[in-house]
Design a binder for this molecule. Structure first.
Ligand code: HXC
Length: 257
């Protein structure tokens, strides 16, 4: 398919999705949302893809939901169109995702990054939930995911004052896994994606499912859930291959089955 606001490149078992609406700093209007959701759903259905990288431009990962589009909306418009609900499908993908953030990740942009499984930041990254300055609040899960990622102290301050975090603070706070020089960001993200995509796809999906569960349930239930998946990986050919390769001192050749 051809998209107008994003670009998709496939490289082996990885896919790179680049937001491409430079005139508005990748503001997330409904078209961008629908294109990201459709493109990632296609990639998710493709067993030849083992990891998806989402990135923006050097200046902006995404400067938020599109303020010009939201401005005239009424409560009934928002309610009846179930505004922003399609983003849930991004969080529900089974294929692991990596957000490679450089420049602004504000409002919906920060929320989009937090919908991804691994978050890598360039040293130029700026994270924030400045919605309050516009008279609104986060609407794509920011008040929940930011709080789970960085804790109440920082999340409250950011959501109530609109204060942003730079890349180093985001790393210290646990929002991002790593900070890399801006010029290396996409290369590093693709390298991480290639590593993930080289693992067994079903096992990577189960690892993602297990970690994601930690956001949704109690420790005891989460551990039980993990135990079931742990038992299940012994039904894969890739478990046999991975352990055989270790014993035979060679690289595993996973068949994603
Ligand atoms: C629509 C946007 C936009 C946005 C930037 N633009 N962000 N358009 N929605 N979120 C547009 C500007 O209007 C401008 O268009 C062009 O992009 C370049 O932006 P500038 O402001 O000129 O760039 P700069 O001076 O470098 O400032 C960058 C910036 C600033 C600090 C990121 O653009 C900014 O503060 N943007 C808004 C950030 C924000 O509040 N995000 C949260 C949105 S609410 P023109 O046509 O003038 O050239 C949100 C809510 C989620 O995400 C859920 C709520 C229900």
């Amino acid at each position: 398919e051809s998209y107008e606001t994003i670009r998709i490149e496939r490289k082996g078992r990885t896919a790179l999705l680049t937001l491409d609406r430079p005139k508005s700093l990748n503001a997330l209007n409904l078209q961008v949302m629908n294109e990201i959701v459709a493109a990632t759903a296609d990639l998710d259905r493709d067993p030849g893809i083992g990891c998806i990288v989402l990135t923006g431009s050097p200046k902006a990962f995404a400067a938020g939901a599109d303020i010009k589009e939201m401005r005239p909306q009424s409560y009934m418009d928002m309610y009846l169109s179930d505004w922003f609900t399609a983003w849930d499908r991004l969080g529900a993908l089974r294929t692991p995702t990596v957000a490679a953030v450089s420049g602004y990740a504000l409002g919906g942009g920060c929320e989009l990054a937090m919908l991804c499984d691994i978050l890598l930041a360039a040293d130029t990254a700026v994270f924030g939930q400045p919605e309050i300055k516009l008279g609104v609040i986060p609407g794509i899960g920011g008040s929940q995911r930011l709080t789970r990622a960085v804790g109440k102290a920082k999340a409250m301050e950011m959501c109530l004052t609109g204060r942003t975090m730079d890349a180093d603070e985001a790393e210290r706070a646990g929002l991002v896994s790593r900070v890399v020089p801006a010029g290396d960001l996409v290369g590093e993200a693709l390298a991480v994606a290639e590593t993930v995509a080289g693992m067994s796809l079903p096992v990577a999906m189960m690892a993602k499912e297990a970690v994601s569960r930690a956001f949704e349930t109690t420790l005891a239930e989460g551990v039980r859930f993990e135990r079931r998946l742990f038992h299940a990986v012994f039904a894969t050919a890739d478990q046999k291959e991975g352990m055989a390769a270790f014993v035979e001192k060679r690289q595993p050749g996973f068949t994603h089955s």
